[in-house]
Design a protein around this ligand. Structure first.
Ligand SMILES: *[C@@H]1O[C@H](CO)[C@@H](O)[C@H](O)[C@H]1NC(C)=O
Ligand SMILES: *[C@@H]1O[C@H](CO)[C@@H](O)[C@H](O)[C@H]1NC(C)=O
Ligand SMILES: *[C@@H]1O[C@H](CO)[C@@H](O)[C@H](O)[C@H]1NC(C)=O
Ligand SMILES: *[C@@H]1O[C@H](CO)[C@@H](O)[C@H](O)[C@H]1NC(C)=O
Length: 393
């Protein structure tokens, strides 16, 4: 009986054992497997964070960083992606490019350094680990280049006849592609023709071509083409645009009367380019010479010339026709003035300079150019004062 009970107990125990074995075995088996995989993974290297892309200005040092975990017995190589050129194997540089070097802070951080970086270094690079199945990671280097004006593709100084069409061109290299902006050197706005009569005035003009349709003399000047991208310094080129045209003369006061013994001033305004030779003649005869009788003065401002002739101590023999003459390579122009004597009472003899005409608006503007502030107004005849007004606008 006792023997029987022991047998039953043993049987229950055995069954229980089998049961336990059956229940827990698969679980234990799975955990073994996991550990096995983990062990295998531990023995194989892997990448940490991805390689950060780098943007660097030409001439500086470009550095790409590859982060490797558990490198173990394996080795790291840097390869240029474009042509699969191997640059370095582990700590050794294998390329003949002496701008390339490799450093590793520990076995985790592997740096490819290129110094000084060139435009040709732009591209992607691979960091590789020589595991049985090659592990590879890619990072890219962008090389910024400051702008540079391409002189062979950019306009030089230009000399063009008025009324013709012309284009100023400015080309620049650089990365990113530079923007081109034009402005006038003298700070005046650029006149862009809208139609035959109207212009748009702009401080700056964007674009590599600045087109002039039917060139106007007011568009003459020095233009700056400025090339810039995100990399300093911006560069510029000065292009001078000359607009050639034959002289044109305006005479604000064509008819002048003067009392004897006064000084009389005759004026002509010339527009011309290139520069003119200017002189005065009397009665279609001799050229008047600067001296004690005649005082000749001229002032230039761009393509404008202001001509003055002062006749000292007017006498009746000074009456007659005077011409201001202006010539340049493109032509000749002359203005005509007539001077006659006015009889006045003795009280009016005050020996002041007479400025031709009653050009009141013009007088104010000009008072500084000649020290002849006084006027003998009763003796003057305004013929074409409006002309003078127009001129000075
Ligand atoms: C780096 O640049 C490449 C190409 O421009 C791009 O495909 C990649 O996603 C970039 N990587 C990172 C981390 O930004
Ligand atoms: C200037 O260009 C306009 C339109 O483009 C043309 O009609 C004109 O003939 C050109 N003028 C000259 C002088 O070439
Ligand atoms: C010209 O370019 C500048 C900068 O590149 C920009 O700020 C400006 O708006 C542009 N002007 C025009 C008229 O396109
Ligand atoms: C004429 O002479 C004066 C000085 O006597 C001088 O200031 C002026 O510039 C001269 N004019 C010319 C055209 O040479």
């Amino acid at each position: 009986m006792r023997k029987y009970i022991v047998m039953v107990r043993l049987t229950v125990c055995a069954l229980w054992g089998v049961f336990l074995l059956c229940v827990f075995r698969p679980a234990e088996g799975y955990s073994f497997q996991e550990e096995w995989y983990a062990a295998k993974l531990l023995s194989e290297p892997s990448f940490g964070h991805p390689i950060q892309n780098v943007t660097i200005a030409v001439g500086r040092e470009g550095v790409l960083i590859c982060n490797v975990k558990h490198l173990g017995k394996y080795k790291v190589a840097w390869v240029r992606a474009e042509d699969q050129t191997i640059l370095s194997l582990h700590t050794r540089v294998v390329t003949h490019n002496n701008r390339v070097s490799v450093t590793h802070d520990d076995s985790e951080t592997w740096k490819l350094r290129i110094r000084p970086v060139k435009e040709s270094d732009r591209g992607c690079y691979m960091c590789q680990i020589n595991t049985q199945i090659l592990k590879s990671q890619k990072g890219c280097l962008d090389v910024f280049v400051p702008p540079d004006i391409l002189n062979e593709d950019t306009s030089g100084d230009m000399s063009v006849s008025e009324g013709e069409n012309t284009t100023l061109v400015c080309k620049a290299a650089g990365h990113p592609t530079p923007r081109i902006v034009w402005r006038r050197e003298d700070g005046h706005p650029i006149m862009v023709r809208r139609n035959l009569r109207e212009y748009n005035k702009v401080e700056t003009y964007n674009g590599s071509s600045l087109h002039f349709w039917r060139l106007d003399r007011r568009q003459m000047g020095a233009y700056l083409c400025i090339a810039s991208n995100d990399i300093p310094p911006a560069v510029s080129k000065r292009i001078s645009l000359s607009v050639n045209f034959a002289p044109v003369i305006k005479v604000p006061n064509q008819l002048l009367g003067a009392p004897v013994a006064t000084d009389v001033q005759l004026e002509c305004y010339v527009e011309a380019y290139p520069n003119t030779v200017n002189y005065w003649i009397k009665n279609r005869g001799e050229m008047l010479l600067n001296g004690t009788k005649y005082w000749i003065k001229e002032e230039r401002s761009g393509y404008k010339v202001y001509m003055w002739l002062v006749i000292r101590s007017f006498s009746s023999s000074d009456s007659g026709t005077y011409n201001c003459v202006s010539t340049n390579s493109l032509g000749k122009a002359e203005g005509t003035l007539r001077l006659y004597e006015i009889k006045v009472g003795p009280d009016h003899h005050n020996n002041n300079v007479i400025v031709g005409g009653l050009a009141e608006p013009a007088r104010g503007h000009r008072s500084s150019t000649l020290n002849s502030a006084a006027f003998v107004s009763p003796c003057l005849i305004a013929v074409t004062s409006t002309l003078a007004e127009l001129w000075w606008r």
